[in-house]
Design a protein around this ligand. Structure first.
Ligand code: NAD
Length: 332
């Protein structure tokens, strides 16, 4: 396999002065993917609390396995200490898990320059609002990306899937968002602008509502949900509630039949472990609060019953709280 070594100071035509300065807060799978690809086009800092990962990146560079199998060993600045990002940044990309969004926004606050923007491309509903409480709505940007990435270990990430990325623009920040979109596109993330991402955001959310919690509770790969009748019935019921909430909010989903689309995605990703299953298996908190939890919250606000999603939320929260008490087959 070809190993291409790139550097954040590589000889791109821009001078350092013209380069956009970016802090990526949350350097897990997605933060590392974006960091590796942006590093030769911008001044990039990766900021993450996971010391082993940051140390590996500082020592050896960040190893990215691209979709075509090629491997990049990328030199990029990385730190566990947000105060180490000394220059003001033009862009802070928040790529932590949702339960760390408030902390990540607090880290971003002192880094952002006068015209700096904070962008979230996290899954689920409510991250932008959490960021806006800390940073002010005028500095926050919603994005949606259909790229996928998997962490292979400290300092190593695999690009797992590619599709378009969208950034929400509005007149007051349009020139800056356009510049970010151009940079992303140059970095290999085809990016489009839109003045309303609700349809795309909800389109992803409804599918995650159907797949994530159930795969985590049942400890199965995605395909099982489409193949096993009672699991499929639960998936359909969770999706129906999410669709009812979306309709009440006036959101038009990007597909006509949400049940069919969710089954289709479960089958197309049949061998995958969902991110929520992966989190439960490694004893980490999940993003249940911004996925099924968001349906429950919005349903309560709008007077729409969501008993299936409420049950899934309680089950996943109970799973999170009982990792140490789990009884294993053959165990004591
Ligand atoms: P991730 O689980 O890879 O990383 C999240 C955090 O977990 C990191 O900040 C890191 O500190 C920590 N972490 C990860 N592995 C660890 C380990 N072994 N030990 C200690 N700490 C560890 O998260 P992600 O998949 O990059 O997701 C970030 C956000 O992007 C989420 O909101 C997610 O929903 C969203 N997203 C993910 C994907 C994807 O394909 N991964 C795609 C689109 C959106």
């Amino acid at each position: 396999m070809d190993i291409v070594t790139t550097s954040s100071t590589s000889s791109f035509r821009q001078t350092r002065k013209e380069m956009m300065k970016i802090a990526i807060i949350g350097a897990g799978a997605m933060g590392s993917l974006f960091g590796a690809r942006l590093a030769s086009l911008a001044e990039v800092w990766l900021v993450d609390a996971w010391a082993e990962h940051i140390e590996a990146i500082r020592r050896d560079g960040l190893r990215l396995i691209n979709l075509d199998g090629s491997i990049w060993q990328v030199s990029v600045k990385a730190t566990t200490d947000p105060a180490a990002v000394d220059d003001p940044v033009d862009l802070a990309i928040i790529f932590v898990k949702s339960y760390q969004t408030a902390q990540a926004a607090a880290w971003a606050a002192p880094m952002l320059g006068a015209d700096g923007l904070a962008l979230t491309m996290q899954n689920g509903l409510g991250n932008l609002e959490v960021m806006a409480e800390v940073l002010g709505a005028e500095r926050c940007v919603q994005g949606v990306t259909s790229h996928g990435a998997t962490l292979l270990g400290p300092g190593q990430v695999r690009h797992a899937g590619a599709a378009a990325t969208y950034l929400a623009t509005r007149p007051s920040i349009d020139a800056r968002v356009r510049r970010i979109a151009e940079l992303f596109t140059r970095a290999g993330f085809e990016t489009h602008l839109s003045d309303n991402l609700d349809s795309l955001l909800w389109g992803k959310l409804v599918i995650n509502v159907g797949i994530n919690a159930l795969t985590a509770i049942l400890r199965v790969r995605n395909g099982v949900l489409a193949e096993v009748a009672p699991a499929r019935a639960l998936m359909d019921a969770a999706v129906d509630e999410a669709v009812a909430v979306a309709q009440a909010l006036g959101v038009t989903l990007p597909y006509a039949d949400a049940r069919a689309r969710t089954r289709e995605v479960a089958l197309a990703t049949a061998a995958n472990r969902s991110s929520m299953l992966a989190d439960v298996l490694r004893g980490f908190p999940t993003e249940i609060g911004v996925i099924n939890g968001a349906i429950v919250r919005e349903g309560a606000r709008l007077g729409i019953p969501t008993p299936v999603n409420q049950t899934l939320v309680w089950l996943v929260q109970a799973l999170e709280a009982t990792t140490a008490a789990r009884v294993l087959a053959g165990g004591g």
